[in-house]
Design a protein around this ligand. Structure first.
Ligand SMILES: *[C@@H]1O[C@H](CO)[C@@H](O)[C@H](O)[C@H]1NC(C)=O
Ligand SMILES: *[C@@H]1O[C@H](CO)[C@@H](O)[C@H](O)[C@H]1NC(C)=O
Length: 278
């Protein structure tokens, strides 16, 4: 007896069915004992045992006569080694086995991209791209105005003065200093053996001066002034200092009843506070 292996297809995407083939050649035993084991991280578990599908594949696999296993709706968790063991007692060679490595590949989903909306000429910035579903982990490519950015800008006469660098493993596109010419539409693509996906393009604008920064600073100053004005109005209307003092006294009445020292201490505290504010 001898068994040969045939794997229907090794490059498959999640959600498909796969057939692990265990062909038995020249066998004289009528009912050979067939077992399948799954070995993941060195730990074996049964897939087919005592003529039944077992373990985590129980409702997702079936035996196709004589000894093949079909796994449905394959997912990343099916990546493992599978061992077909055949025992044929009437044969001269009464045991044989084969090992099949199954690598389930998963197509990337649409990556999450972050592109700053506005940056200032001469500053540094980073565009990010991340995809977590694909298996094996995808490689990233960036596109500027629909043209792929080479990993090294120096190789392109048009981009020779650009300061960017791309990390295809992490999906980061970094500019050490942004130029006017770097403005435009950006998108990223995540790609592995099983396929690719890309995010919608986003616009990055490049300003000569830090308009955004100035705007935010002005907003900040205005907010502070308005809050101060509101505080002053409130104080003039309600006399916030004396009211606050009264509240404190009311709140402390029980303490004063209990121990006179505390009341003295509190009054001292209050006096100190009012003189401090005035
Ligand atoms: C595979 O998944 C689909 C949808 O998720 C489901 O309808 C179907 O029953 C599954 N097939 C098996 C054999 O588990
Ligand atoms: C790159 O910079 C050099 C020196 O500043 C300049 O002469 C050249 O025209 C620039 N090239 C491009 C494509 O902008």
């Amino acid at each position: 007896m001898a068994i040969t292996r045939l794997v229907a297809c090794l490059l498959l995407c999640t959600g498909f069915a796969i057939e692990l083939t265990c062909l038995i050649e020249s066998i004289s035993t009528n009912n050979p004992r067939i077992e399948w084991k799954k070995i993941k991280n060195g730990i074996p578990s049964y897939v087919y045992f005592q003529n039944r599908i077992a373990g985590d594949l129980e409702h997702r696999a079936q035996l196709r006569e004589p000894a093949n296993i079909v796994i449905f709706n394959t997912s990343r968790s099916d990546t493992a080694e599978y061992r077909c063991e055949v025992a044929a007692i009437d044969d001269q060679r009464d045991f044989d086995e084969i090992l099949i490595s199954l690598a389930v590949r998963v197509k990337p989903v649409v990556p999450r991209c972050s592109v700053p909306e506005a940056v200032t000429v001469g500053t540094s910035t980073e565009l990010r791209c991340l995809e977590n579903e694909g298996f094996p982990a995808p490689q990233y490519r960036w596109f500027h105005n629909s043209e792929e950015l080479p990993q090294d800008p120096k190789i392109s006469p048009k981009l020779v003065n650009s300061s960017y660098s791309i990390n295809p493993d992490t999906g980061s596109l970094k500019f050490r200093w942004v130029r006017k010419e770097d403005a435009g539409e950006y998108y990223c693509q995540a790609k592995n053996d099983a396929g690719h996906a890309q995010c919608p393009s986003q616009t990055m604008e490049v300003y000569d001066v830090d308009i955004l920064g100035i705007f935010l600073k002005v907003c900040g100053v205005v907010t502070v002034l308005l809050s101060f004005g509101a505080f002053l109005c409130h104080c003039l209307k309600h006399g916030c200092l004396s009211k606050k003092g009264l509240n404190e006294n009311n709140f402390n009445w029980p303490a004063q009843n209990d121990a006179v020292e505390y009341a003295d201490a509190d009054e001292g505290h209050f006096r100190h506070k009012s003189s401090f504010i005035i």
